[in-house]
Design a protein around this ligand. Structure first.
Ligand code: SAH
Length: 223
């Protein structure tokens, strides 16, 4: 069960989370402001209410997780988002990351392969606040060719490799932030598509994500 009350205590814990992320090296004020604003406890079971603002991942059902706030902030910062940019997210999960990007002014197209998580988000009242988020049920390896190209792409599950179909859905000058398998962990990688068609690849820190899986679960409606 989830509870949707946002108390002074929650707000205070959010402010502390914002400050701790800033101390951990997140400098983009727009990212920090979005995290300070969005009630993260709305995105998880009320049993986790007291610990919802700890800087760690939590289970959200279907064996999936809401990413750690530091990871959300880190990926959001690497995107170097500008208002109104079109962003494709792979792995909607709880939709928390999608809300952070939407709060920063992006037009968010987000894909989830787990039917139950997709259905849950379709009914999630808090998302009504963000008409700039569009939810899709499908396989993120395919991207959304009919809605592209995108200014930015963010992958929030561990990718075995960088999917070429996603690179082809990036605009020239566009960037993709993706955690790529390296041993048991993932290396955060940022791809930039240059004017001349070449690709710049930058490597950042190691993280731990749930796997990016092919195909989708039960049902095949796409919207
Ligand atoms: N961005 C999420 C993180 C969710 S964890 C959040 O803020 O909560 C990663 C999610 O990616 C899971 O929900 C998982 O089901 C989903 N996923 C894994 N492989 C996928 C794929 N190929 N296409 C779409 N979603 C995928």
């Amino acid at each position: 069960m989830r509870k949707f009350e946002d108390s002074y205590r929650h707000k205070g814990l959010r402010k502390q989370l914002r400050d701790s992320l800033s101390k951990k090296g997140i400098q983009d004020e727009r990212v920090l402001d979005a995290i300070n604003k969005i009630p993260r406890h709305f995105f998880m079971d009320s049993a986790l209410d007291k610990i919802a603002y700890e800087d760690r991942a939590f289970p959200i059902g279907e064996g999936q997780t809401i990413s750690q706030p530091f990871t959300v902030a880190y990926q959001s910062q690497l995107l170097e988002l500008k208002p109104f940019e079109k962003v494709l997210e792979i792995g909607t999960g709880s939709a928390y990351q999608a809300c952070v990007l939407a709060e920063m002014g992006a037009q968010v197209y987000t894909i989830e392969r787990q039917r139950n998580l997709f259905d849950q988000n379709k009914k999630f009242f808090y998302l009504k606040k963000y008409p700039n988020i569009k939810l899709f049920f499908g396989d993120g390896f395919e991207g959304l060719p009919t809605y592209g190209p995108f200014d930015k792409i963010i992958v929030t599950a561990a990718a075995p490799l960088i999917p070429t179909k996603l690179i082809s859905q990036l605009k020239t000058g566009g960037k993709m932030v993706i955690p790529v398998d390296e041993g048991n962990l993932q290396r955060m990688v940022r791809i930039t598509k240059n004017e001349d068609g070449t690709i710049l690849e930058e490597k950042f820190d190691l993280f731990s994500f749930v796997p990016m899986l092919g195909g989708k679960t039960n049902g095949d409606r796409s919207n």
